[in-house]
Unconditional design. Sequence first.
Length: 159
Amino acid sequence: MNILIDNRQNKVDAANLEELVEKVIKTVLEVEEVIDNVEVSVSFVDNEEIRKLNKYYRGIDKPTDVLSFPLAEFEETYGEVEKIEEDSEGVQPIGDIVISLEKALEQSIEYGHSFEREVAYLTAHSMLHILGYDHETEEERKIMREKEEEVMARLNIGR
């Protein structure tokens, strides 16, 4: 498993976040029983950069907390993991996560919990999107919330 983390902002201290984000991603993959051979890319950005991405990809001209970019329908992609050529590194990219640390800090203050908890939650939420979960309907939202809560509980990260 490869987890690539890129800090593209300088407004919020990102020290010690890499280990946390890696633990969250690994825990989501464990909960979902995705075992190996996958790669996830995570970028830390500021509100201005995520606003531009949100406008370009979703047509919404405002900053958001996190964006998820699955590289394909997960079932199709994960099915291909077993077929990776022997001469490759044997790793299948499954998606990219972009987190505005500036927005995460704002929300942690607004919700009254730690910045680290907010980043962990956003990472778990985004990973579930990459794995095919959504929250368009009440039923989908309920399933996704239960998965998020299970990940946070396994990591012993409370509100």
